[in-house]
Write a protein that binds this ligand. Structure first.
Ligand SMILES: Nc1ncnc2c1ncn2[C@@H]1O[C@H](COP(=O)(O)OP(=O)(O)OP(=O)(O)O)[C@@H](O)[C@H]1O
Length: 347
């Protein structure tokens, strides 16, 4: 549905050149929710803006719904953009227009007939749950309600693709959840393909079928959300995974324990979360597991747990215990390193 092939984007300013995108290729399939996650400056905004050519790539091609946007004339591009809705962190509503007008005016400007405008505005305001606020002005709405108006405005063009540029980043956690639920509903019920960018793991965890991790203008890892985050390969991906578990154990404790066995991080996926694999370790081997910290979350609806455990015992027994845990489908990571926040985490 969205095919980005070998996209590069170089900004040239007085300060010099910035390679914001370096040979990025992505393929977003019809009907899926695809998330791009990365820290500040990774190139996410530049990437999503290249999809509707708000930003023109320095090289590479952009195809949306089979049409190569990079080869269209200005007029053709305007038409093609109507199939690509976009929502933003800052909502971008007209302050002096009502909720109804915010949706109706852009339709009017593109020549949609009057009776159809009314039909569409009412249809999409109902879908986002804001019909009763149609005469309100943006200043009278909460952040979540403003984002709902922006979503209705995007949907009113009946796009096949919705781009979301950090749409929940300015919202509180409860409102974020509600907006993510709405995006899921739009994806399922209207069949709209969604490409979103975010720096928040829970956005990816909750709604994305597939994910790409960006760092320094490059996609460093991509695949099914569950696969990428349960077996992270790249340092940045590991940092994102560790950020959801936040094992906050003091260095003093780690230093005092590390000579009497091994400190490991165990990750449990799906049904293995429910199995007491760790309890068997102390029965089967001369190893005494001591849980230093633990957390269970969800990844695309599947339980995903992490325990920071001190496996106290002689090296051969600890090794056997680790092999046993691996056989049971538990991910085991050893070596304790510092992360950027100077908290010690297994890498
Ligand atoms: N118009 C521009 N001119 C010059 N450099 C730019 C421009 N836009 C982005 N950049 C640079 O390109 C790089 C990627 O920026 P981009 O905004 O795409 O990253 P991001 O991952 O979206 O981060 P953030 O969430 O902080 O916006 C950064 O180094 C940024 O300073």
């Amino acid at each position: 549905m969205i095919e980005l092939s070998n996209i590069t984007k170089t900004f040239v300013s007085k300060k010099g050149k910035v390679e914001a995108l370096k040979n990025v290729s992505l393929n977003v399939r019809k009907g899926e929710i695809f998330g791009v996650i990365g820290y500040s400056g990774a190139g996410k905004s530049t990437l999503i803006r290249c999809v509707n050519l708000l930003e023109e790539p320095t090289s590479g091609t952009v195809k949306v719904d089979g049409e190569e946007l990079t080869s269209l004339s200005a007029k053709q591009l305007l038409d093609a953009r109507r199939k690509i809705g976009m929502i933003f962190q800052g909502f971008n509503l007209l302050k002096t227009a009502t909720v109804y007008e915010n949706i109706a005016i852009p339709l009017k400007l593109t020549g949609v007939p009057k009776n159809e405008i009314k039909e569409r505005v009412e249809k999409y305001l109902t879908i986002v749950g804001l019909m009763e606020r149609k005469d309100a002005y943006p200043a009278q709405l909460s952040g979540g309600q403003k984002q709902r108006v922006a979503i209705a405005r995007a949907l009113a063009f009946e796009p096949s693709v919705l781009l979301s540029d950090e749409a929940t980043s300015a919202l509180d956690p409860d409102t974020t959840e509600a907006i993510l639920e709405l995006l899921l509903k739009i994806n399922k019920e209207l069949g709209i393909t969604i490409l979103l960018i975010t720096h928040e793991m829970h956005v990816i965890q909750k709604i994305c079928d597939r994910v790409a991790v960006m760092e320094n203008g490059e996609v460093v890892e991509q695949g099914m959300t569950l696969d990428v985050f349960t077996a992270p390969q790249h340092y940045t991906t590991k940092k994102f995974v560790n950020s959801i578990f936040n094992h906050d154990v003091s260095e003093d404790i780690i230093d005092s324990l590390k000579d009497q066995g091994k400190i490991v991080s165990l990750k449990f996926i799906g049904n293995t979360s429910k199995e007491p694999a760790l309890a068997y370790v102390s029965k089967k081997f001369e190893v005494f597991p001591n849980i230093l910290s633990g957390h269970i979350t969800h990844l695309k609806g599947q339980p995903f747990g992490s325990l920071l455990v001190h496996l106290n015992g002689e090296e051969p027994e600890v090794k056997k215990a680790i092999d046993y845990l691996l056989e049971e489908g538990v991910q085991v990571e050893g070596e304790v390193n510092y992360d950027v926040n100077s908290k010690r985490i297994p890498s």
